[in-house]
Design a protein around this ligand. Structure first.
Ligand code: MEV
Length: 440
């Protein structure tokens, strides 16, 4: 059993590593050399990464891949994706190519409002609180001017502040429910700074409100924080084509494919067990681009899944229909993203990813990310209703299995050739590599 350590964060990086490797590893030198292998030799770059978080001991790599040929609103994109799952980039590229020949993706940002809340306790009559709120509402705007000045100049800022009575849920519980437009910033810092100022104003002004009793003056702020539920920061992406244009490799008619596809999506709409996996496939595309562009994938995940459950039952984020011989497939998804602030101006690969995407505005990035999700979903459902998912998945996973066996370049070449004709399973690869090694 290791002992707790005091003052760990104050130790130097090398002392932290020494403590870690000596406390937890049977071979401290091996552990240390793995950690060091992932350091960047460019000291400035390494320091930048060290300072992103506390207690950095090394860098954690993910591959950054690209999926070309995405036609979005008649503009071509190559989409950067940071992800570990072998088949995701290949599937995105395949879907992009497929829709490139069928008019591409059409997208639209429906709304871009974000929400923050000050949660507080007040014990008194609601009508008095309402009078108080109406009186001090302009003060909220005034007291946050230093924070909102630049954002307002650019056309964003605080849209509205509402007082909400939540006493049906919890006695004495009220909210300031605030809507924001944060333009190209994800806006978390902006929103939270405004909210914390509102909380101060609320408490201070209550002390001077003549209609409040001594008890009522004592408003207790519980917390002030943005919401990652962003149902009004919404984007739509869609593809459509004639049903007969869906025929793939002559293995299935366009009509049969379209019908089976719509059935599969309908199942995800009504069956939560399927919906979660269906949406996970969407998030494969979404998270990969969100991560590559330095955005907060946990915020996006939380908001997206809450939205998927907005009608009281967890359901599919995408929808499909056949109407008048046309197949349409679309997604409507909440995405709070930024292309300025946060990591976007700091992480060299994030800057590169944004330049690759033609330096998008936040709204354009919402559109690109929604497309990545829809494309990924199209690829997954297409495989599921035709060949099954394992064929493509295992083909891409082959390299991982070969790497587990430390296969040489020649072995990889020979076995990739062999598995063009044979089904990839872990045991089939084990057998094939053993055979090859015995032979040579
Ligand atoms: C695997 O990462 C994602 C899929 O399971 C998605 C789906 O089932 O639609 C293939």
């Amino acid at each position: 059993m290791s002992k707790p350590i005091a003052g760990f964060s104050k130790l130097s990086k090398s002392k932290k590593i020494d403590w870690i490797v000596n406390t937890y590893f049977s071979n401290a030198n091996d552990a240390k050399s793995i950690l060091k292998q992932y350091w960047n030799s460019n000291e400035k770059l390494q320091q930048l990464h060290d300072e992103f978080i506390e207690n950095t001991i090394t860098n954690y790599y993910l591959p950054l891949g690209v999926a070309p040929n995405f036609l979005i609103n008649n503009k071509l994109y190559t989409i950067p994706m940071a992800i570990e799952e072998s088949s995701v980039v290949a599937a995105a590229s395949k879907a992009a190519k497929f829709w490139l020949d069928r008019g591409g993706f059409k997208t639209k940002v429906i709304s871009s409002t974000k929400i923050g809340q000050v949660h507080f306790m007040y014990s008194g009559a609601f009508d008095k609180l309402q009078q108080f709120f109406t009186k001090i509402k302009p003060q909220f705007f005034e007291d946050t001017q230093a924070i909102t000045k630049n954002m307002t100049k650019r056309g964003g800022g605080i849209l509205d502040i509402e007082l909400r009575d939540k006493t049906n849920d919890i006695p004495n519980y009220y909210q300031l429910h605030v809507s924001f437009e944060t333009l190209n910033a994800m806006g978390a810092n902006f929103i939270n700074s405004c909210l914390e100022q509102f909380a101060k104003t609320l408490k201070e002004q209550a002390l001077n409100f003549e209609l409040f009793s001594e008890e009522e003056k004592n408003i207790e702020v519980v917390m002030s924080i943005l919401s990652n539920y962003v149902p009004d920061c919404l984007v739509r992406a869609e593809v459509s084509c004639k049903v007969e244009e869906l025929a793939q490799n002559h293995s299935i008619s366009g009509e049969a494919f379209a019908q089976k596809f719509v059935q599969a999506v309908n199942i995800a709409e009504v069956e939560p067990y399927r919906a979660v996996t269906h949406n996970k496939g969407i998030m494969n595309g979404i998270d990969a681009v969100v991560l590559a562009t330095g955005n907060d994938f946990r915020a996006v995940e939380a908001g997206v899944h809450a939205y998927a459950a907005k009608n009281g039952r967890y359901s599919s984020l995408s929808h499909a229909k056949i109407e008048n011989g046309m197949f349409s497939f679309w997604i409507e998804i909440p995405l709070a993203l930024g292309t300025v602030g946060g990591l976007t101006g700091l992480h060299p690969l994030v800057k590169l990813a944004l330049e690759l995407l033609h330096k998008p505005s936040a709204k354009e990035l919402m559109e690109i990310v929604a497309v990545a999700g829809l494309a990924q979903n199209f690829a997954a459902v297409s495989s599921l209703i035709t060949t099954g998912i394992q064929q493509g998945h295992m083909k891409m996973h082959l390299m991982n299995i070969l790497n587990q066996f430390e296969a040489t370049d020649n072995e990889k070449k020979a076995l990739s050739e062999h598995f063009k004709e044979n089904t990839v399973t872990h045991s089939a690869v084990t057998e094939a590599i053993n055979k090859l090694r015995i032979k040579s």
